[in-house]
Design a protein around this ligand. Structure first.
Ligand code: NAI
Length: 274
């Protein structure tokens, strides 16, 4: 008899059995789905997000399915909060960390460069770049001894796609994450810490909640239309679960020789759009 498809696995197919995984942005979308999938594969989950309410719901789902999870409500731009939460969180699961999924991010304000308010530029850079840096920085002490896997969520924007008008700040942060991941991969290889970066195309999540579009974007828009649709593989966005499958692979020993690389997961969207 087979159980619930998302029931926590206790068998030999649990690819992360006994591992400790920390996920930022775990309350929603890609982070939530990756946390649930890694829990299903035997990982003990540290769930970080600034949305405490949604985070508690994810923790409950994992526990109800027989897994282990602990919520760490925090803002990834707050270094002191991260340091404290990572210390307390890892202590609950034996003081070690095996997987870090540095995923939290925002679209932020979409605007022409000319009218982009400095504080909006800084907000997006703070969350997406400073937040990623701080998350990785404070995870290293817990990953170092036994090695592990770091996965960072970048995007097709800033790496292959440059035609989403108003996205100059977001795209800059997403390109920066790829450079950061490659530097980190080389620097941390001596500790057997692998670092990879995933570049999703459009995925159905709550990302629109972190998006504000200024009306001035219309002034810079160049109309581009693809008669056959802009998602060649399937006429629509990907699902968080499809991205979670890639995260699980990169987190697991099956990816033991994969480090320092970006992986696109976009149904070939970025090849047609550019
Ligand atoms: P989402 O909005 O559903 O989830 C993002 C989560 O991050 C939210 O729970 C939010 O509370 C959290 N978060 C945001 N700022 C935070 C902060 N300062 N501190 C702590 N938590 C914070 O969005 P989604 O789509 O799951 O986004 C995850 C990552 O995927 C982001 O880095 C995003 O840039 C990236 N991405 C998303 C794509 C999409 O189409 N949904 C495409 C390409 C990349």
């Amino acid at each position: 008899m087979t159980g619930h498809p998302l029931e926590i696995k206790a068998d030999g197919n649990a690819r992360l059995k006994g591992r400790v995984a920390l996920v930022t942005g775990a309350a929603s979308g890609i982070g939530r789905s990756a946390a649930l999938l890694m829990a299903r594969h035997g990982a003990r989950l540290l769930l970080a997000d600034r949305d405490g309410e949604r985070l508690a719901e994810v923790e409950k789902v994992i526990r109800d399915r027989g897994g282990e999870a602990l919520s760490l409500p925090l803002d990834i731009t707050d270094e002191a909060a991260i340091e404290k939460a990572f210390k307390e969180g890892t202590a609950r699961f034996g003081g070690k960390l095996h997987v870090l999924f540095a995923n939290a991010g925002i679209n932020g304000t979409l605007s022409p460069i000319e009218s982009m308010p400095l504080e909006e530029w800084s907000k997006t850079v703070d969350v997406n770049l400073k937040g990623t840096f701080l998350t990785v920085k404070h995870a290293i002490p817990y990953l170092k001894e036994q090695g592990g896997s770091i996965i960072i969520t970048s995007s097709v924007n800033g790496n292959r796609i440059f035609s989403n008008f108003g996205f100059s700040t977001y795209s800059t942060t997403k390109a920066g994450q790829v450079a950061f991941a490659k530097m980190a991969a080389l620097e941390l290889a001596q500790y057997r810490i692998r670092v990879n970066v995933i570049c999703p195309g459009a995925i159905s999540t709550n990302i629109d909640e972190s998006t504000e579009t200024l009306p001035e974007v219309e002034e810079i828009r160049i109309p581009v239309e693809f008669p056959a649709g802009d998602q060649p593989l399937r006429n629509g966005p990907g699902s968080p679960r499809e991205v979670a499958n890639l995260v699980l692979f990169l987190a697991s020993d099956e990816a033991s020789h994969v480090t320092g690389t970006e992986i696109y997961i976009d149904g070939a969207e970025s090849l047609i759009r550019g």
